[in-house]
Write a protein that binds this ligand. Structure first.
Ligand code: HEC
Length: 141
């Protein structure tokens, strides 16, 4: 157990994912694909769409800047996200927070790209395949 933080507490109560996201997964080889990761960096830093600048709130290296954003550098915060849940949160956002839904402003492919990039923050800055055995089982509504 690390130091409890807002992010980790909230993560315990993962919300149900809309059915339309069921079956969505990181493309084969995506987590470690250099091209996808390079694209993900461009998304993250607002080069793809300047209105979508993840780094503004989540920090260039995953250290949170916005109030309530979890520390992406902590594996304990990130490893419980299944790819499907993670995708859904970026696509639809978190209601009543600064985290908007970004799908539409960026494409589905770019969400996978930004995930592959963000995943490095909790893996020493290197591409890594997440350990699926730690994922919280996604629930659908
Ligand atoms: C304007 C600030 C802001 C921007 C821009 C932003 N986020 Fe967030 N994000 C937040 C905040 C605040 C939270 C925490 C919401 C909560 O759970 O209360 C969050 C949460 C998250 C989460 C965790 C979701 C969960 O269920 O806890 C992920 C993953 C994430 N953001 C990824 C991204 C990505 C990728 C982008 C760019 C495409 C992005 N964010 C852009 C503020 C932002």
């Amino acid at each position: 157990m690390g130091t409890p933080d807002v992010g980790a507490a909230k993560l315990k109560a993962q919300v149900a994912i809309p059915k339309k996201y069921e079956g969505k997964h990181m493309p084969e080889g995506g987590w470690t694909d250099p091209k996808l990761i390079a694209r993900g960096k461009e998304v993250y830093t607002g080069k793809v769409n300047k209105k979508v600048k993840c780094s503004k709130c989540h920090g260039k290296k995953g250290k949170p800047k916005a109030k309530g954003a979890r520390d992406f550098r902590k594996a304990a915060n990130m490893e419980k996200f299944s790819d499907t849940y993670w995708f859904y949160r970026i696509a639809d956002g978190v209601p009543k927070t600064l985290m908007k839904g970004w799908l539409g402003k960026i494409t589905e492919d770019d969400i996978w790209a930004v995930m592959a990039y963000e995943n490095m923050f909790s893996h020493g800055g290197k591409p890594a395949v997440p350990d699926k055995s730690k994922w919280a089982a996604p629930k659908f509504k």
